[in-house]
Design a protein around this ligand. Structure first.
Ligand code: NAP
Length: 252
């Protein structure tokens, strides 16, 4: 309960890795806002997460909706006046199994809307609140599929994965992570990217290759460790290696 009194917002927290991140941050004593675009799934997750006496609150949040993001920030401001942790977890693959030849801009637009613009939308709304925390932290759920180091090595399995929208959106997210980290460094806000590893969630359900061998609980380990960093913790890093340890650094 080292983090009692702290406030967190986790986007896309009605299921999968996000729900486990919310559970773990609530276990640490934080008040956790569960962002969910689907009210019913969100309400179910919140009632389950609150069963043990935690302080978990539902906030309607489609990350592509700037007005909803501003409304979420206004509510957190009214109820707490600050935000200590923002976890940009909401994400989508788009369509699996589309050959690179067949990728169109329209086919990847939704993926960019959620994975990149959604992160900017929510972060923009939350920055004033994070600046009021003594040690603000932003954690962006990224993926090695967005690693330009891996993509530029033709022998690397990631280079042949062919998930254009997902890989390019996570590469863009990595750049966004570094730009916010640089901008917010002097103010003491830590901004890092997390690799949860290959986790068996709905995201991988239709994968023609590997549907994930890690549980959502295991996938939450690295993002939670980054969400619990102190003011002297690292910033502008991509952590998780194969998803097992926050000590491992993923090449950008
Ligand atoms: N699973 C993996 O192996 C893996 C590996 C690397 C990185 N990641 C990243 O980890 C994060 C969580 O993924 P997951 O595996 O837990 O997937 P998941 O089970 O499919 O959960 C994704 C969450 O994002 C939400 N979401 C999607 N679009 C949204 C939007 N426009 N606004 C608000 N919420 C939205 C979903 O809400 P709905 O229920 O409404 O759809 C859901 O709550 C993603 O950023 C993903 O890219 C996952």
């Amino acid at each position: 309960m080292r983090h009692r009194g702290e406030v967190a917002l986790v986007t896309g927290a009605n299921k999968g890795i996000g729900r486990e991140i919310a559970r773990r941050l609530a276990d640490e004593g934080m008040t956790v806002y569960v962002g969910s675009r689907d009210p019913e799934r969100g309400a179910r997750a919140v009632s389950e997460l609150n069963a043990g006496g935690a302080d978990v609150r539902l906030v309607p949040l489609d990350v592509t909706d700037a007005e909803q993001a501003r409304a979420a920030a206004r509510r957190i401001d009214e109820e707490h006046g600050k935000l200590d942790v923002l976890v940009n977890n909401a994400g989508t693959v788009g369509a699996w199994g589309v050959s690179v030849d067949d990728v169109t801009a329209d086919g990847v637009r939704d993926t960019f809307e959620v994975n990149v613009l959604g992160v900017i939308t929510v972060t923009h709304a939350c920055i004033p609140l994070l600046l009021r925390s003594p040690a603000g932290r932003i954690v962006n759920l990224s993926s090695p599929l967005g690693s330009l180091t891996a993509l530029s090595d033709p022998a690397h399995p990631i280079a042949g994965a062919g998930l254009v929208g997902y890989s390019a959106s996570k590469a863009a997210l990595n750049a966004v992570t570094l730009l916010y980290a640089n901008h917010l460094r002097a103010a003491g806000v830590r901004v890092n990217a997390a690799n949860p590893g290959l986790v068996a969630t709905d995201l991988n359900r239709d994968s023609p290759r590997n549907r994930g061998d890690r549980t959502p609980e295991q996938g939450a380990e690295v993002p939670v460790a980054l969400a619990l960093l102190g003011r002297d913790g690292p910033t502008g890093t991509f952590r998780g290696g194969d998803g097992t340890s926050v000590e491992d650094v993923v090449p950008w």
